[in-house]
Design a protein around this ligand. Structure first.
Ligand code: PEP
Ligand code: MN
Length: 332
């Protein structure tokens, strides 16, 4: 159950009631919000005088549910807004990893040339093998920070584990939680205690309900700025890297109030399919796309086969604008 306490309830009483109900508690619009297990369906009489409004739920999809907030949440990223009534499709692009100053500068300059506001690149890479390139770490974050100040770009980068979550929160405009880290409660809980937008990727073996439950870990900490990202799930099919679950996207749009960004690059795993898939995603009227683009994909240190080169991305962006417009949206 979600409980909105009256604005006049003292801090002490909020703390006491939260303890009595084993509830999470955070402030919103001048009052305290408590979130209990959905097993609690009715208010206790002794709490009645403190309560302004309460919302019982049939499952633990609560803060993320359209039954609680019917409109998609509006999230601000620098000068951009997604969700709400904005009808924007935020295109996030850039290489899989920051590899060098020269490479990330070339990427940043392409984004500026194309009017893309949000540059992606990983610094802490959650690689499948310990012998693969693991990312430049803090050095990479500093390079991204330089790109932000030099080119006025917003930066999204990934947190791999809780040892550097504070660093990422400090440097990034959007914190990305990857498919392999999305169950890490240390990361989720820390991300609940910042107001920075969080892009939560779906694990490749994660059901839709589990995915939303992980988002609830962040939301129940008080961070309202959670974006869901579908990036492909594992199926019996091996000829593409993953299978992009567009049915799942329809489900998330119907039942959750969180903006949705789709990642055709990691789903497909091969550059040849990314354009078609990206246009299909845009046609679903989603809040954003995340596309891997590298100045020279052949020599990329991670995810070489799926990254578009600059010419391919430039061409794709033109057609993406047409598709997003046809569903009443604007590429930002
Ligand atoms: C990435 O965005 O480069 C990445 C590692 O993605 P995922 O967590 O979806 O595999
Ligand atoms: Mn990648």
């Amino acid at each position: 159950m979600i409980i909105h306490l009256k604005g006049s309830v003292s801090e002490e009483d909020v703390k006491r009631i939260a303890e009595e109900l084993s509830a999470f508690s955070f402030r919103k619009n001048g009052h305290s919000v408590l979130v209990t297990s959905s097993a609690i369906k009715e208010l206790d009489e002794k709490h009645g005088e403190y309560v302004e409004e309460h919302f019982p739920f049939g499952s633990d999809m609560q803060l993320a549910s359209r039954d609680y907030i019917s409109e998609t949440r509006s999230i601000t990223i620098g000068n951009n807004k997604i969700g709400g009534t904005h009808n924007n499709t935020l295109v996030i692009a850039g290489p899989c990893s920051v590899e060098s100053e020269e490479q990330i500068t070339q990427s940043a300059e392409l984004m500026v040339e194309l009017g893309i506001s949000t540059l992606r690149a990983g610094c802490y890479k959650p690689r499948t093998s310990p012998y693969s390139f693991q990312g430049l770490g803090l050095e990479g974050l500093k390079l991204l920070d330089e790109m932000r100040s030099k080119y006025g770009l917003n930066i999204i980068t990934e947190v791999r584990d809780s040892t550097h979550v504070d660093e990422i929160i400090e440097y990034a405009d959007i914190v990305q939680i990857g498919a392999k880290s999305m169950y890490d409660h240390g990361i989720l809980k820390r991300c609940g205690k910042t107001n920075k937008p969080i892009l939560l990727k779906r694990g490749f073996g994660t059901t839709l309900k589990e995915f939303v439950q992980m988002a609830e870990f962040i939301l129940s900490g008080g961070n309202e700025n959670v974006i869901l990202c579908e990036r492909g799930i594992r199926t019996f099919e091996n000829d593409t890297r993953f299978t992009l679950d567009l049915c799942g996207v329809a489900y998330l749009k119907e039942y959750t109030n969180l903006p949705i960004i789709l990642d055709p690059s990691h789903a497909m795993g091969y550059a040849y399919g990314v354009g078609d898939l990206a246009r299909a995603c845009a046609a679903m009227g989603v809040d954003g796309l995340l596309i891997e683009v590298h100045p020279n994909p052949k020599v990329a240190k991670s995810d070489a086969s799926q990254q578009l080169d600059h010419a391919q991305f430039t061409e794709l962006l033109g057609s993406l604008k047409v598709v997003t417009e046809s569903v009443g949206r604007t590429v930002i």
